[in-house]
Design a protein around this ligand. Structure first.
Ligand SMILES: O=c1ccn([C@@H]2O[C@H](COP(=O)(O)O)[C@@H](O)[C@H]2O)c(=O)[nH]1
Length: 232
């Protein structure tokens, strides 16, 4: 079972070093736009040298050729998971997968369905999609599955629906994780670690609940225990 993925949404490597320093175990961490775009690929090398696994969350979304070529570059980094936006379409996702594999990478490739900061109303009004948000998420997940990807990013509230339609081994990587006392911030579709597990998420992504806590190591352990608590 996967460890909770900690979102390292920091501005530089000094902040990452300060955060990771007190942890004694090897972690699964997420490097997103904030850290990668301000610091470049060296950040990946240093985190890997510290023994941690990396989900590189850059959410590529462009024409198929551009994404395919970009993936060839990202695939040369020593990362374990990377992603695109499913809204880029099936040809884009297939080119992304080809680019990644051409580079020799065995990293999992997953696709964002609807961001966890998006509500059904926002989707309908701002994206002009007139279905339910669950239909939109399942449609994007099915497209990612048909395109050969390893899984999707969705909220834990949609994991059971995707598992039932596309199988338990198709990855459901779920941000928007909060304990009952945590501030939701800009997240809309949130779930606790326990409910993520019950609903069939294969991975949870946790950022500010841990990084903003007064005792991040203790908060990580609390979330990890809750995530693992329902394993039958
Ligand atoms: O739909 C998505 C896709 C990615 N994310 C990323 O996950 C973390 C969540 O951080 P929190 O502080 O726990 O809210 C963040 O890095 C996002 O870029 C997401 O939240 N939703």
């Amino acid at each position: 079972m996967s460890k909770p993925i900690i979102a390292l949404d920091f501005k530089d490597m000094d902040a990452v070093r300060n955060f990771l320093g007190p942890f004694e175990e090897s972690l699964f961490v997420k490097v997103g736009m904030e850290l990668y775009l301000q610091n470049g690929p060296d950040i990946i090398k240093e985190i890997r040298n510290q023994g941690h696994e990396i989900f590189l969350d850059l959410k590529l979304h462009d024409i198929p050729n551009t994404v395919g070529q970009a993936m060839k570059g990202l695939g040369k980094l020593d990362i374990q998971m990377v992603n695109v936006h499913a809204a880029g379409g099936s040809i884009m996702m297939q080119r992304a997968l080809e680019g990644l594999r051409d580079s020799g990478s065995t990293a999992s490739l997953i696709a964002v369905t609807q961001l966890t900061s998006t509500s059904e109303l926002m989707m309908q009004q701002e994206q002009n999609i007139q279905s339910s948000i669950n239909d939109s998420i399942l449609s994007y997940a099915s497209l990612a599955h048909k395109s050969g990807l390893d899984g999707v990013v969705c909220s834990a509230n949609e994991s059971a629906m995707i598992r039932d339609a596309l199988g338990a081994s198709f990855l459901k990587v779920t941000p928007g994780i909060r304990t009952l006392t945590d501030d939701k911030g800009d997240q809309v579709r949130v779930a606790t670690p326990e409910s993520a597990r019950e609903n069939g998420s294969t991975h949870i992504v946790v950022g500010r609940s841990i990084t903003n806590d007064a005792n991040p190591v203790e908060k990580y352990r609390q979330i990890k225990k809750a995530w693992e608590s329902n394993v039958k």
